[in-house]
Design a protein around this ligand. Structure first.
Ligand SMILES: *Cc1c(COP(=O)(O)O)cnc(C)c1O
Length: 387
């Protein structure tokens, strides 16, 4: 008997989500409206800090772009981020005509290395974009301290970090200028495509909301007239089309309710893996500080030098056994665009390069059965003990 193929990720869409989407479809209001508004309110309630404002967008990429735009990043500026991420983190800086300074990771955490950030600062540096890689919080106290000392802004790429904590506080509530979450299909909650920009900065929020929808403002009228007709607006900038539809927000409303249960399941699976792999030539994922929470968006392992087979062969063998694995990510310094634009070489990023050559992502998602989890454990153990 051959077992069905086990993918490395799958969304967990239940009857509640389906009913909420159907309700939206029947309501007559399918684009941005009451459900997007409620999703924003529920998101702030989840983060538990009413001083925050949440702005729903159609991707995290859009949210990162809006946050950096609202902070005034533009030509001549530099933004520091990690090479060990998805290209979306960095591409938004180029949308604005600013330059990306990629830096290496801390090999112990795979997160952006504070010492590398400090070394990359120049008079042109305006912002730092840390990524909470795989769902483990970056060293935010160190990054916020560097930013404070050098007068830089911090925008967190929290695409992996719902719900991650740092020093006991949820990512999204820390002292950065803005935090951006992703609801892409394989993230910890999904709206198909979607994202949320979270901020305490009222001016940033105001600008992001205007730029989210064509640069359209009704506030602009307040200067001229007391009563603004319902059809009236002014275009105050060449904005974007980044709004989240109510169809997508309907999914988000129900996914957010299930997030605590999703989190418990992810933690369970990670604990089973950690125990099953402890004696193998495999480096299991770095753990959060005591008392802190890892979102376990990705379960990234690194093959030790003593492993009987190399990373690519290992992934092939897993596929042959019917188990999907992936690599998150090919570091940015290896991609032609980033490499050639900035003349990058692997030697500039020894820790990211070393991790990349040995790392892979094992399946971890809420719809995995205990049997699926056991099957991954058994297969990994068989491959790494026999070679
Ligand atoms: C998924 C992801 C993004 C982009 O999210 P979208 O919602 O697909 O735009 C950005 N950064 C990281 C690290 C991601 O994993």
């Amino acid at each position: 008997m051959t077992l069905p193929f086990l993918p490395f990720a799958l969304p967990d869409i239940g009857e509640e989500e389906i009913a909420e989407v159907v309700d939206t479809l029947r309501s007559g209001w399918v684009t941005t409206g009451p459900k997007a508004k409620r999703f924003e309110q529920d998101f702030v309630a989840f983060l538990g800090d009413p001083t925050l404002e949440a702005i729903a967008v159609n991707s995290a990429t859009a949210g990162l772009h809006l946050a950096l735009e609202a902070l005034g990043i533009g030509p001549g500026d530099e933004v520091i981020t990690t090479t060990h991420t998805f290209t979306a983190t960095a591409e938004v800086v180029r949308y604005l005509g600013a330059d990306v300074m990629l830096v290496d990771i801390d090999p112990a955490t795979l997160n952006i290395a504070p010492w590398a950030v400090e070394a990359a600062i120049t008079p042109r540096t305006k912002a730092i974009v840390p990524v909470h890689y795989a769902g483990l919080a970056a060293d935010m106290p160190a990054i916020l301290d560097i930013a404070h000392r050098h007068g830089l802004k911090v925008v967190e790429d929290a695409a992996h970090a719902l719900p991650t904590t740092c020093g006991g506080a949820l990512v999204g509530t820390l002292a950065s200028s803005a935090t951006v979450f992703s609801f892409y299909a394989n993230k910890t909650i999904t709206t198909g495509e979607g994202g949320m920009l979270v901020t305490r900065d009222a001016a940033l929020a105001k600008r992001a909301k205007v730029m989210r929808l064509h640069g359209m403002s009704r506030d602009a009228f307040d200067r001229f007239t007391a009563t603004v007709p319902s059809w009236a607006y002014e275009i105050v900038a060449p904005g974007y089309k980044y709004n989240l539809t109510d169809i997508a927000a309907a999914l988000g409303l129900q996914q957010l309710k299930r997030l605590p249960a999703f989190q418990r399941r992810r933690e369970q699976i990670a604990a089973v893996y950690n125990a099953a792999f402890a004696d193998l030539p495999l480096i299991t994922p770095p753990l959060p500080a005591p008392g802190d929470q890892h979102s376990w968006h990705l379960y990234v392992v690194r093959l030790a030098d003593a492993a009987p087979l190399a990373r690519d062969r290992f992934i092939e063998a897993m596929f042959a056994a019917g188990i999907g694995c992936s690599v998150h990510y090919i570091p940015l310094h290896l991609h032609p665009y980033w490499r050639d634009r900035y003349g990058l070489t692997p030697a500039q990023f020894p820790h990211s390069q070393h991790a990349y050559e040995r790392m892979l992502t094992l399946p971890l998602y809420t719809r995995m059965s205990d049997g699926d989890v056991e099957r991954v454990c058994t297969t990994v153990r068989a491959l790494l003990r026999s070679g």
